[in-house]
Write a protein that binds this ligand. Sequence first.
Ligand SMILES: [Zn+2]
Ligand SMILES: [Zn+2]
Length: 325
Amino acid sequence: MMLDTKTRPTAPTGRDESLARAIVQLNPKSARAKRVVALVTVGIPAIGFAVGAYMMVAGTVTMLDYTLFAVFYAIQMFGVSIGFHRYLAHKAFKTSPFFEGVLMIAGSMALEGPILFWVSTHRRHHRYSDEEGDPHSPNLSGAGLMGKLKGLWYAHVPWMFSDQETRVAVFAPDVVRDRRLYYYNRTYPLWALASLLLPALLGFAIGGTLTAAFSGFIFGGLARVFVANQAAWCVGSVSHMIGSRPFATKDDSANNWPVAILTFGEGLQNNHHAFPGAYRHAMRWWEPDLSGWVIALLAKAGIVWDLKMPDRNRINSRLRRNRTR
Ligand SMILES: [Zn+2]
Ligand SMILES: [Zn+2]
């Protein structure tokens, strides 16, 4: 979704109306239900991570556990980065219904919520980035070091517990209308469950014992979800505060390399907010963007097509050299 900054409301009333259209204030019952879901989503993988850490200290972890961790980390991260984000939220390329399904299922395995929630939250983030209305900005929690730390924490986890919800009819009517996409939204609990049970099944099938099934469940399932989502949430928190800003944008988005490496390119937020519709987040060849490279390979294999990318002149014309904030 390309952000047209000219259409941003400037008058207070226009802005209030825009926010009222964009955001739903939940009633106490729905707000409580939302907090319970958020608590389960954040809390259970955290417990799994603690168990995994204990197993590492106790020396019971096997090569199979680490392999399951790596494989399911990659499935989840590519699913969100290539599928939910670049394909669905920004329409950066096209693909077949089959591969669309692969991407939607892989993304659902991240336990970051069903596609409708993910896409509408993310498009709202682009519309209001680092202004009132942004669901997860680290820059709206006051000045000074304390304000920054509070903001970083809020944008990392507590934003999921807010009593507001993004209006899907405003931000994701395309997903609501599309029967195929809506199917993946409706069946989200199934893919979330598969995301935790598949590593356990594979652990049992390859390791041959119930112990291998359990540690597969912990490492390939819960601990993997915990670690991958810590990295993913850094995109909204750290990458909107710390890093380089080669492009002038209306927000505080920054290119943070450690986050970009862990999230397969998503941490290049400044590049992405400058060119939201681009399939690549790397605007220069040396920037780490594993998802961008994989999409290019998939295009060579004919699995995806119509890749959107601004031309070199447009990118260069927006580069501001030698300026940091
Ligand atoms: Zn952002
Ligand atoms: Zn985006």
